[in-house]
Design a protein around this ligand. Sequence first.
Ligand code: SF4
Ligand code: SF4
Length: 184
Amino acid sequence: MKEPTNAAAAKQLCTDCGFCCSGVLFIDVRIEDKQDLDRVVNCGVELEQHDNQNFLIQPCHCLDERSHCKIYDKRPNMCASFECGVLKHLKTGDWSFSKCKKTVQEAQVHVSSLTNTLLKLGNLDVGVPLFLRTEEVLSQPWDLDGPDSVLELRDQLFQQSADLSSFLETHFLSEEEAQEREES
Ligand code: SF4
Ligand code: SF4
């Protein structure tokens, strides 16, 4: 199969992925720049404020159902400048498009397994970042007299969450980003 050119490949990879907007990698985007803030506010995007800082919460409301950013030309610099490990490999030519795509697909399988387990455990908070949803379920008290199936699902959730985090930390996040994610 013919590989797409670099710019087209990057666009296709990100459109098929969307992890840096959908609450898989991050819980929010901090808007530090005044021009960014004005642009985003003028687009009618709702921001969260805490500690005198503005945040675009994730899953981002600007992401449409086709994984396109609705304010792409006016998106904050933090978004425009972010490149995950896979995208960096693609841009430097270290990895082929096929390898990058396969890595995103593998991550999607992890995400999908985790999401299915969350659903089975009754967590339907699709508007909340994935790992916060997981934490919420795992922090609920254990009912040791509950059905075995629930206990098994919780074990499964724990393992799937660890596997996803490890995969993302290996392929998508820098050490610093992984650390920030851990602390958020
Ligand atoms: S996580 Fe990487 S590949 Fe996925 S959309 Fe973001 S930059 Fe693109
Ligand atoms: S503003 Fe656009 S690029 Fe930034 S997180 Fe939201 S959807 Fe993604």
